[in-house]
Design a protein around this ligand. Structure first.
Ligand SMILES: Cc1cc2nc3c(=O)[nH]c(=O)nc-3n(C[C@H](O)[C@H](O)[C@H](O)COP(=O)(O)O)c2cc1C
Length: 316
């Protein structure tokens, strides 16, 4: 079916025009455009690549994903081809895709992040760089997202590398073990030059096989996503929007358990300009199209001419 551009759904995310506010979340939609076999990418606002590190990574031992009653556990361990192979084998397709492409970056040092960021910045089709500072699965990865000072330094250094690319900072929902709130982290990222915030990555979690008494995940612990984390994501977006992002004029991408349009609408009312969909893709790869369609119908009932007018409009 040919895409029907719906003016109601067009949003501007920190200067990146999106056809709809629905984005494919990092790590859940392949390295770049593999989902195009399942859904028409012209009908989503953007896709986020798999998190890319400077060197290739094989990731963790099995099990890497595990279903929970209302969500999913994962400990992939940042499996990815590395930046050189990404730039050679994948990046050349980015400019020809019918949706925006946001490159996700992960690393274990500031230099790791700046190396990948500077490569993304040379890629014509990549309009945004999303910093994954919150992967709870790999030692070291969590540190940037747990301490505002470290985070601010990282964001400022990456910011300096980006001439053509917007900078999105994706935070963890909780800081472990440092006692900083997500609002402190959001403020640090904004002060250091973030163009947008992505809230949030997965929540640290664990499952145990009671027969063997061993952890289910090869990595012992992992990250929880899906419906289980949705209400938590709404609260985090609500807090960060009111306490720091709204006045700073920095848009939020709401992430966590978006499986239907009402989940996306909740995040928008809480303060999000756009949403990312991850776990829902595993059950229904076309979920983003259905979510966008539902959002368009909902916005029409709310008496607005564009869905962005509903950002932060919860009557609390
Ligand atoms: C299997 C799997 C792999 C993921 N890989 C990444 C990744 O490489 N980088 C990243 O920033 N987030 C990654 N995430 C987190 C998602 O992008 C998203 O933040 C999280 O799953 C919450 O959204 P959801 O509830 O819609 O899945 C991954 C999630 C899952 C389930």
């Amino acid at each position: 079916m040919a895409p029907i551009p719906d003016p109601m759904l067009r949003v501007d995310l920190a200067g990146m025009p999106l056809a709809t506010p629905v984005i494919l979340a990092a790590g859940t939609a392949g390295v770049l455009d593999e989902m195009s076999e399942q859904l028409d990418l012209a009908r989503v606002g953007a896709l986020v690549t798999k998190s890319i590190t400077p060197e290739p990574r094989e990731g963790n031992a099995a099990w890497r994903v595990w279903p929970t009653t209302v969500g999913m556990l994962n400990a992939i361990g940042l499996a990815n081809p590395g930046i050189d192979a990404f730039m050679r084998d994948h990046a050349p397709r980015a400019a020809g895709l019918p949706c925006r492409v946001i490159g996700s970056i992960a690393g274990f040092s500031v230099e790791d992040y700046t190396r990948v960021a500077s490569a993304f910045d040379t890629c014509e089709g990549i309009v945004g760089a999303e910093l994954n500072v919150s992967c709870p699965n790999v030692h070291g990865g969590v540190e940037f997202g747990s301490e505002p000072g470290l985070l601010g330094e990282l964001v400022a250094r990456v910011r300096a590398e980006l001439k053509n690319t917007k900078l999105l900072v994706k935070l963890p929902p909780v800081t472990t073990p440092a006692p900083h709130s997500i609002v402190d982290l959001a403020r640090a990222a904004i002060d250091a030059g973030a163009d947008a915030l992505c809230l949030c990555n997965t929540t640290p979690a664990m499952a145990i096989d009671v027969r063997t008494r061993q952890p289910v995940l090869g990595n012992t612990t992992g990250g929880l996503s899906g419906a289980a984390v949705h209400a938590q994501a709404v609260k985090i977006v609500y807090d960060v929007y009111r306490l720091v992002a709204r006045d700073a004029g920095v848009p939020i991408v709401g992430i966590g358990g978006v499986t239907g349009w009402t989940d996306a609408a909740e995040l928008i009312l809480a303060g999000a300009t756009a949403v990312e969909v991850g776990t829902a893709l595993f059950a229904d790869p076309r979920a983003p199209i259905k979510i966008a369609r539902g959002l368009g119908k909902w916005a029409q009932t709310q008496g607005v001419s564009n869905i962005s007018e509903l950002t932060g409009r919860v009557e609390a």
